[in-house]
Structure formats: structure tokens, C-alpha cells
Design a protein around this ligand. Structure first.
Ligand code: DX5
Ligand code: ZN
Length: 215
């Protein structure tokens, strides 16, 4: 069970300090948005490179961008230890996953709420993690979509059938109230933005989430 706080809800004027607050987490989730794949714009490769230099925990880059085939390996080269791309945007998901791994990072593919898992089951051979979005990608602070839990279950079932060590990440609306449902469905990596950075005591909140995840 791993916790990956999303810095989308952090203070962008003080990112080094904000990363220092999540030293108890397993990863720092960095949301890269290009204003094309999603209607929002955040940061790119040079900023990820800078964050990787000062982060106390490895960077988990979530690319919400067009043409990940072209850009994803660069995020691994920039120092992200895990790079997730969206299948909806990839022209060749197999090649993209392989290029991420060749650049030295863990590779993952993400599914938007409207994207089914089944057509992508074979891709499990090429990745280390699957991200099931539990909100429409683009913004923090949205409500958790409980209707994505059957998809998490389907991925877990496929991973179990095929064997191997593939993590299942959930992202969007994960909080003290909703993390239990994700655990129950079979997720094991939990992204939380507003639930972590909105807390008064950030390390304590990470501990609370971890405790609920371990139940
Ligand atoms: C949304 C991003 C998430 C976001 C989650 O598109 O991918 O990582 O930061 O924020 P919360 O946890 O507030 O829903
Ligand atoms: Zn994300």
C-alpha cells in the first residue's frame, strides 16, 4: 500500500517546501497537463527535472498530454521514477511503455473514467502499474467516482490471473472517506491531492490515509 500525494493542490510558489512536507509518503505525484488532452495547463519537463532534484521521495509523473509517444521518455530522463501516460492519447502504447522503461522508469498506463479496461488487458505485459482515474482528469478537488470501482476490480482480477507484480493506482477524490472503497476493490497506490495538502497537518494526514489503506 503506497501513498502518492498530488502536488497539484500544493502551493506552486513553494514547491520545494511543499515536497518536504510529504517526506513520509512513498511518491510525489506530479500532474503534467498540456491544455489539449485536458482543459488545464500545469508544468512540463524542466520543472519535473527541478522537482526530482529536491524531492525527498521519487517522482510519480502523470502525463495528461497529447502525443505521449513523443514526450513520455523525456520525463523518465528528467528523473521521474514512474511515468504514466493515457492510452486515449497514445498512438503506440506498447512502444511508449517500452521507451519509458528503456529510459529507466517504471511505466504505467492510465484510463479515463469513460475508457474501458478490457481492450488494454494485453498491455499489462508492458507496464508496472495501471492508473484508474476516479475523476475526469484535469482538476483537483473533484468528487470521487465510485462507479469506477468495477474497473479497479477488473484490473485486479486480470493482474491476478496473469501473475506478476503490477500495481493499481487510483487518482481523484481519494480521501479518508473514499480510500476504503478503493482498497476493497483492489487498488494499492493512492493518489491524494486536496485530501493531503488541504489537511492542517500534512504528515499526520498521510499517516491516516496509510492506516486506512492497510486495513
Ligand atoms: C486530476 C489529477 C489528480 C488530482 C487529484 O486530473 O490527475 O492527480 O491532483 O486531486 P484530488 O485528490 O484533490 O482529487
Ligand atoms: Zn494525477
Amino acid at each position: 500500500m503506497q501513498i502518492s500525494p498530488s502536488i497539484l493542490s500544493a502551493d506552486f510558489a513553494n514547491l520545494e517546501r511543499e515536497l518536504a512536507r510529504i517526506g513520509d509518503a512513498d511518491w510525489a505525484h506530479v500532474d503534467v497537463m498540456d491544455n489539449h488532452f485536458v482543459p488545464n495547463l500545469t508544468l512540463g519537463q524542466p520543472v519535473v527535472e527541478a522537482l526530482a532534484r529536491v524531492s525527498p521521495v521519487p517522482i510519480d509523473a502523470h502525463l495528461m498530454i497529447e502525443a505521449p509517444d513523443r514526450w513520455a521518455p523525456g520525463y523518465a530522463e528528467a528523473g521521474a521514477r514512474s511515468v504514466t501516460f493515457h492510452v486515449e492519447a497514445a498512438a503506440d502504447a506498447v512502444a511508449t511503455a517500452r521507451a519509458i522503461r528503456a529510459a529507466g522508469a517504471r511505466a504505467a498506463f492510465a484510463l479515463k473514467p469513460g475508457t474501458p479496461f478490457e481492450p488494454y488487458e494485453e498491455l499489462l505485459d508492458e507496464v508496472d502499474m495501471v492508473l484508474v482515474m476516479t475523476v475526469e482528469p484535469g482538476f483537483g478537488g473533484q468528487s470521487f467516482m465510485v462507479d469506477q470501482m468495477p474497473k479497479v476490480r477488473a484490473v485486479r482480477e486480470a493482474v491476478r490471473r496473469r501473475g506478476g507484480e503490477i500495481w493499481i493506482q487510483v487518482d481523484g477524490g481519494v480521501s479518508l472517506d473514499t480510500i476504503g472503497q478503493c482498497v476493497e476493490a483492489g487498488a494499492d497506490v493512492f493518489v491524494a491531492g486536496s485530501a493531503v495538502y488541504g489537511a492542517e497537518d500534512v504528515p499526520a494526514r498521510i499517516g491516516e490515509l496509510r492506516e486506512l489503506a492497510a486495513r
